[in-house]
Design a protein around this ligand. Structure first.
Ligand code: MG
Ligand code: ZN
Length: 226
């Protein structure tokens, strides 16, 4: 029972920090996404493509969560986007407090979108609210079409799902129909985008949807504070 109590306290503290982050995003009219996927699904590649495609429309800032190292942060930094690396030193998810400290490093007045790349893991990032507007889940075809059935919680919380590496679909016998059906079972409303960060397939649709979400977050701000 003691362990259950500890977990409850951790989640409550995290929730409080998440609400503080959410309030900061709301005040500044910033749209924040929490990108979640298994290792190797292509999170960083999708961020690179999204930044490259929309950097003339929006000012981005990026938080890179990794167990160790700065490899992904360097990739994003080379695009000229402010980036903060969080190393969890073994931790398998980002916490809202870590994100809050990273936000201190950005000029939020000059930011439209905060992209958070969570640690590669489909399990516990589902439990830890970071204050984001939405979780975006990336599923790559080589991982298998059974992932939505095996990890339903994270898919049920997704604001959108990106099925990445669709150019490999036939080679790896990924049945899109099966994956989509299982996503729909737990999450009837989230759009499912079929993309390839390698070929660029499907990114126009993703960009159009993403833009709408950023403008919604901004509009909310105009109506309330400024
Ligand atoms: Mg990455
Ligand atoms: Zn974890």
């Amino acid at each position: 029972m003691a362990e259950i109590k500890v977990l409850k306290d951790i989640l409550e503290a995290n929730q409080q920090a998440a609400e503080e982050n959410r309030e900061r995003f709301r005040r500044q009219g910033i749209f924040c996404v929490n990108l979640i996927a298994s290792p190797g699904a292509g999170k960083t590649s999708i961020l690179e493509k999204t930044i490259a495609g929309l950097c003339y429309t929006f000012r981005f800032a990026c938080i890179e969560g990794d167990i160790t190292g700065e490899h992904d942060a360097r990739r994003i930094c080379s695009l000229g986007v402010p980036v903060v690396q969080i190393n969890t030193e073994g931790g398998c998810h980002l916490s809202a407090a870590q994100v809050g400290r990273a936000l201190d490093e950005f000029d939020l007045k000059k930011t439209d979108v905060v992209l958070i790349e969570n640690v590669g893991n489909l399990v516990c990032p589902a439990e830890f609210d970071l204050g984001e507007h939405m979780k975006i889940v990336v599923l790559s075809t080589p991982e298998g079409d059974d992932k939505p059935a095996k990890y339903p919680v994270i898919f049920s919380e997704a604001g959108a799902v990106l099925v990445n590496k669709v150019d490999l679909m036939d080679i790896v016998d990924f049945r899109l129909e099966r994956a989509t059906t299982d996503i729909r079972k737990v999450n009837p409303d989230a759009p499912v985008f079929e993309v390839s960060a390698k070929t660029g397939q499907g990114f126009i649709e993703w960009f159009n949807w993403f833009k709408k979400k950023v403008f919604e977050a901004k509009g909310h701000n105009h109506n309330s504070s400024r």
